[in-house]
Ligand binder design. Structure first.
Ligand SMILES: NC(=O)c1ccc[n+]([C@@H]2O[C@H](COP(=O)([O-])OP(=O)(O)OC[C@H]3O[C@@H](n4cnc5c(N)ncnc54)[C@H](OP(=O)(O)O)[C@@H]3O)[C@@H](O)[C@H]2O)c1
Length: 283
């Protein structure tokens, strides 16, 4: 299966990305380590990094810029907007009002030191704001040249279809892993339409080894259970682009090495059977 995927027809990325959410952003040795992890990810060939305004209210975007700017050719840093504080120090809540989306995009451009966000994802659809207003705003930002392509996060098949009537959706980011197949139908819809599917929580917080089947397959391959979880995702469909997150270089290196792991058809069948899921014949 190809090791790269072309998002929206023009953004080429390696299929195994990196989720930056876990990188600590406060000052001190933890921040130095976080900068080192982000740099090591790129050094090891990662070309897809996921962040969001929500992660530290922009602090995670700033950290990535500090670690990686000026960005190497071909690196896609994608961010998400649409979750905002209710006020200074207030709670985070879904907020897809046009002025909020615009403001968070402006902040992201400044923090990431970019002129354009090549892939912008709507973190959640805000049920209190008309979908046409939310996506209309992203389309306007696209027309203004501030946003390249548009993605969604945590959507149903129905929401995806409705969104596609309003904008060209090139990616979907939903929770999905070996042990959690709730969004199987969304993945299948993405695969059918050639839309990138970025499963979040791809290594299930590193918990997959607790499943006897995963532990057994890992032992057969001489690999870690987390690597089996990632290899299974990569094997699931060519549109799947996992974004495992870690604040540890050893876990990062381990996760990226999963791209070289090959499951046998029998191992794939045993893993498919976990969580009561079986892949669709058509994918
Ligand atoms: N769209 C959304 O709503 C949404 C929601 C959540 C997350 N995300 C994105 O998805 C990315 C990944 O999701 P996630 O962080 O929820 O789940 P995840 O990547 O499955 O799990 C991350 C956790 O697993 C541990 N881990 C990672 N690699 C490991 C390894 N090789 N061995 C053992 N433990 C390992 C990490 O701890 P260590 O630091 O100790 O390695 C971390 O606590 C995030 O970074 C974020 O970019 C998106």
């Amino acid at each position: 299966m190809a090791s790269t995927f072309r998002i929206g027809g023009d953004l080429d990325v390696g299929r195994l990305g990196f989720g930056a959410m876990h990188l600590p952003t406060g000052p001190g040795p933890d921040r130095d380590n976080a900068l080192a992890v982000a740099r090591r990810a790129v050094e090891l060939g990662v070309t897809l990094i996921d962040t969001a305004h929500l992660y530290g209210g922009g602090a995670n975007e700033e950290l990535l810029a500090e670690a990686l700017h000026p960005y190497p050719e071909g690196l896609l840093i994608t961010t998400k907007v649409g979750v905002a504080r209710t006020g200074p120090g207030g709670d985070w809540k879904l907020d897809g009002r046009p002025e909020i989306l615009r403001d968070q995009v402006r902040q992201a451009l400044r923090r990431l030191r970019m002129e354009r966000i090549d892939l912008l994802q709507l973190h959640r659809i805000d049920p209190e704001t008309p979908l046409a207003d939310q996506l209309g705003t992203l389309r306007e930002l696209q027309a203004e040249g501030l946003v390249g392509r548009i993605g969604l996060s945590e959507v149903t098949v129905d929401e995806l279809e409705r969104a596609r009537e309003l904008v060209d959706v090139v990616s979907v980011q939903n929770r999905y892993n070996l042990l959690d197949r709730e969004h199987e139908a969304v993945l299948d819809a993405c695969a059918a339409a050639g839309i990138a599917f970025l499963p979040w929580r791809p290594v299930a917080w590193g918990s997959t080894g607790a499943e006897a089947v995963v532990a057994a397959v890992a032992a057969e391959l001489g690999a870690r259970p987390t690597q089996v979880a990632l290899a299974w995702l990569l094997d699931r469909a060519p549109v799947v682009l996992p974004i495992p997150g870690t604040a540890r270089i050893e876990h990062l290196e381990e996760n990226l090495a999963a791209a070289d792991l090959k499951l046998t058809p029998a191992q794939r069948d045993r893993l498919d059977g976990l969580a009561g899921g079986a892949r669709a014949e058509s994918v």
